[in-house]
Design a protein around this ligand. Structure first.
Ligand SMILES: [Zn+2]
Ligand SMILES: [Zn+2]
Length: 281
């Protein structure tokens, strides 16, 4: 097995450790490769995205570490870029795509509060409920459908190498506080989104970050969605969305077993010559 994790955060964003610490954790876990994917810059203030003025330093640092550790592990320079409703990837993010080895396209922001500040689907239930009230007249279904439409738009326009945590919206939906994933409209929204993704070159990640940080009991995306992904033959990668060194390989063994049990035969992974696949058996 080629062990890898392409979704890791650093202190440049809301990660707790430096890029070098994350690389050393991957070496200690016998990974063959690791991608550093700090949250990309946004065109407004955010305390969890990299500041625009730090981007060059980040690129220089990871490029230096790539060289420093090349005999122990392959390091890839990535970012998790925010696709923002009404903006898309902002100008700076777009200009970075060619400088990165890969990127993860993710949707966290979904709308503006009445005070003009953007809210995200994954902060906490209070913020999410307020966002749904202020932008969608309290209609959670409309918010969820909009969220999947924004992911579809991102996939259609940009085909990100990896689509991040597809059903992130469920993070704050504990005990079905806002909706039930088994409802027909929800499954239909996911299905339409997957139909867009299957006609792109994107992979969908199986992301254990919600479990690692104690927010969810299940990976992103939920198992029933993984079954749909399998049926549509969309490629997958397994990532942990690590914000700490000890989350570097969170639940990877369980995820290998899970995807095998669902009939997946291959995983995508990145090499210095581009994307390739490996057998899961
Ligand atoms: Zn994310
Ligand atoms: Zn992330």
């Amino acid at each position: 097995m080629h062990l890898s994790n392409l979704h890791t955060h650093t202190a440049y964003c809301d990660g707790k450790y430096g890029a070098e610490d994350m690389i050393l954790a991957a070496v200690n876990s016998n990974f063959q490769s690791i991608g550093i994917s700090t949250h990309g810059p946004t065109p407004f203030f955010s305390d969890w995205n990299i500041q625009a003025g730090h981007v060059n330093k980040y690129i220089e640092e990871v490029t230096y570490l790539k060289e420093k550790y090349k005999s122990s592990i392959e390091v890839f320079l990535g970012m998790e870029l925010d696709y923002i409703p009404g903006i898309g990837f902002d100008e700076l993010s777009l200009s970075l795509i060619d400088k990165l080895d890969y990127y993860i396209g993710s949707v966290h922001y979904l709308g503006y509060f009445k005070n003009g500040v953007m809210w995200t689907v994954d902060y906490n239930l209070d913020e999410l409920t307020r966002g749904i009230n202020e932008c969608f007249k309290g209609d959670a279904r409309m918010a969820v459908e909009t969220y999947y439409n924004v992911i579809s738009e991102m996939a259609f326009k940009h085909q990100p190498p990896i689509i991040g945590h597809l059903d992130l919206f469920k993070k704050n939906n504990k005990e079905n506080a806002l909706f039930d994933e088994r409802e027909e409209w929800y499954v239909r929204a996911v299905d339409s989104c997957l139909d867009v993704i299957k006609n792109t070159c994107s992979s969908i990640e199986v992301n254990t970050g919600g479990i690692a940080r104690g927010y969810t009991t299940e990976q992103y995306p939920s198992t029933f969605i993984l079954k749909m992904i399998r049926e549509k033959n969309i490629p997958i990668v397994i990532n942990s969305d690590a914000h700490k060194v000890d989350g570097i390989d969170c639940k990877f063994d369980e995820m290998y077993s899970l995807v095998r049990s669902l009939g997946f035969e291959k995983l995508n992974y990145l090499t210095k010559d581009g994307w390739t696949t490996q057998n899961l058996n």
